[in-house]
Design a protein. Sequence first.
Length: 308
Amino acid sequence: MANTIEYAKIFQTELDAQMVAGATSGWMELNSNLVKYNGGNEVKIPKVVMDGLADYDRSNGFVKGAVNLTYETHTLTMDRGRTFTLDAMDVDETNFVATAGAVLGEFQRAYVIPEVDAYRYSKIASLAVANNRASGGYTASTSDILTKLMNDIYAVYDIVGESVPLVVSLNMAIAGILDTADKMEKKLEVVDFVQGNATMKVKSIDGIPVIRVPSSRMKTAYIFKDGTTAGQEAGGFEADANAKDINWIISAQNAVIAVSKTDTPRIFDPSVNQTAHAYKIDYRKYHDLWIPVNKLGGVFVNIKQALA
């Protein structure tokens, strides 16, 4: 069999690309281009601090100012993983890459991506509520959903300006209400939306892409199962009993920084696997999301239930 380290690098690269292209929140990772990541569960995010304008003096000229660029270290708090075995009788050396790739790809598509999406939207909602960038108590209806949505859009524009690109993350459960809302036929149009290596056709409002998100991922709080506690053996995630429904999230495209990293998969072939005559693959995913303090104004969240 070829060097398993080479296979691990192939899987790592492909899985990271699939995350960006497949997650409804994948566009948030495009803001991580300035983030330093050297492996493990830590990243460094740049922080720029500078002085504001001062009076110009015709005798003494300019008042000196300073620009300080520092990197803040953040821990990727979500450290998740699973181990899989592929029986050697079912997988030989010639089809190992294809079979293992299919297993990991399906696992990430069906389980990892929904969980990462859910975590991101719930964390954005928590930060928005904590910083008075959220409203609650609105049940969507065709008579006023457009007005409510546009009001929230302009609550963000009022802070960041109309030149800053926005994204609307919309709960799929109310997408039909928006599509059939009063005067909506004159507002909706289809635009190209780039996410990683993929370009998607999405509906937009006044040129703002509207990303439709399954309602199971649009809650304010989740339980991420540890896989060992009684009742949590199957792993995965579920909405917290006190979770509220997120109607939509308005985000400046440059406000949210999301990072997800597939740690180099460990691959053991049957000759070294001590527990079974099988290939053993260890999958580990680090991820997290941040909104810098100076970018919180670029986010607004609308929640169905009352906030208090």
